[in-house]
Design a protein around this ligand. Structure first.
Ligand SMILES: Cc1cc2nc3c(=O)[nH]c(=O)nc-3n(C[C@H](O)[C@H](O)[C@H](O)COP(=O)(O)OP(=O)(O)OC[C@H]3O[C@@H](n4cnc5c(N)ncnc54)[C@H](O)[C@@H]3O)c2cc1C
Length: 336
């Protein structure tokens, strides 16, 4: 097996940060992963997907293993659902397109999210009113230290808003090998979130379909989010914070225009982008690190920013939002 030493991770993260990994390798099967784990047993291990939710703040003094396990397999079906097992190294959007082609419904609102299928449960990816949990059936993962394969059900994963057990208790403990999805044969359309209805009208759609919804989502996302190929970024850098209703009422008196969404459980989700914009960060640039001019939640690398510069900018944003609103933002991006 070839050992790759001192490898630049620049092509492997959408922030385009030029950090180095002491060792780097890819694996396309569980057996290959196990071989790597034996070979690199003395070093810390980091499992990499598409690199679209990571900020490397320095070189990684360990082994980065890129998941390349492929395969999309219809396992079984019943009257209402199909159960589809997908290799963790499949590209997420390609999987969505595969579902559209087979008329399997449920992931159309999650079109064009960058990254791999294996990372989708890590932060319970979500967009346009749908989250991974809505279609998740189970996953298989190898415990890196114990070298044993475990199966996780939705309850085991402890999914939350951009959150799961893999970001908390089991952070970096498992390599996800495959994810099984439960997809609907008869679609239930989710069009009320964001500008989907408006976009469908603009597209002149008469008969609603999962393909039409996917295209609407693609159109909206392409017009609003910076493409990492042009301006390197990792999508939303911060989560939208949840606060108790009383805190929201207090803020509303002081800031009548505050953007917020009431949640069923008696809390309110605040729009982090609005608060960041109010603090004057939208369009801000220091060196090559910046806050995107159209989307304040997205931090960008204009050319040669270091991960540390992006991190420092995120820290300044976090502190100013806390000072003005008394709300502590949480980073969505994984910091390494
Ligand atoms: C332009 C843009 C838009 C985005 N929009 C959205 C959005 O709408 N909604 C949303 O939820 N996210 C969004 N994201 C964030 C990102 O696309 C998702 O979080 C995605 O799931 C990350 O996948 P990845 O393969 O790139 O993960 P990586 O960045 O490679 O890894 C992320 C984390 O998951 C871990 N990981 C990855 N694969 C595995 C595995 N097989 N086993 C164990 N751990 C693993 C890594 O160790 C790391 O901790 C966006 C990002 C960008 C750049």
């Amino acid at each position: 097996m070839q050992v790759h030493e001192n490898i630049s991770l620049k092509p492997y993260n959408t922030f385009s940060i030029d950090a180095k990994a002491r060792f780097f390798n890819t694996f396309s099967s569980t057996e290959e992963l196990e071989e790597h784990l034996m070979l690199y047993s003395e070093y810390p291990i980091f499992i990499l997907g598409g690199g679209s939710n990571i900020l490397f703040t320095g070189d990684y003094d360990g082994t980065v293993l890129k998941n390349d396990i492929k395969g999309i397999e219809l396992q079984h079906e019943d009257a209402d659902y199909v159960y589809v097992k997908v290799g963790a190294g499949e590209n997420w959007h390609q999987f969505v397109l595969h579902c559209l082609n087979h008329n399997w419904a449920g992931v159309e609102n999650l079109s064009l999210i960058p990254g791999d299928v294996g990372a989708s449960p890590i932060q319970n990816i979500g967009a346009y009113g749908v989250e991974l949990i809505d279609v998740f059936w189970s996953l298989e993962a190898l415990h890196i230290a114990e070298r044993r394969i475990h199966t996780f059900t939705p309850v085991d994963c402890e999914f939350g808003y951009r959150d799961s057990i893999f970001k908390n208790r089991y952070k970096n403990d498992f390599a996800i090998l495959s994810v099984t999805f439960q997809l609907k044969k008869k679609p239930v359309f989710h069009t009320s979130y964001g500008a989907i209805t408006e976009e469908l009208e603009k597209m002149g759609v008469k008969d609603l379909s999962i393909k039409a919804i996917s295209q609407a989502v693609i159109n909206i996302r392409s017009s609003r989010l910076p493409d990492p190929q042009t301006i390197p970024n990792a999508g939303s850098f911060f989560k939208n914070p949840e606060v108790p209703t009383e805190k929201y009422e207090e803020l509303k008196l002081k800031f009548p225009d505050i953007v917020a969404y009431p949640l069923a459980k008696g809390t309110v989700k605040l729009a982090a982008a609005w608060m960041i914009e109010q603090c004057g960060w939208k369009g801000y640039r220091k060196g090559d690190a910046g806050c995107h001019a159209k989307q304040a939640l997205v931090l960008v690398n204009y050319a040669n920013a270091t991960g540390d510069e992006i991190y420092q900018l995120s820290e300044e944003i976090l502190q100013s939002v806390n000072k003005k609103f008394g709300v502590l933002l949480e980073r969505e991006v994984n910091i390494l």
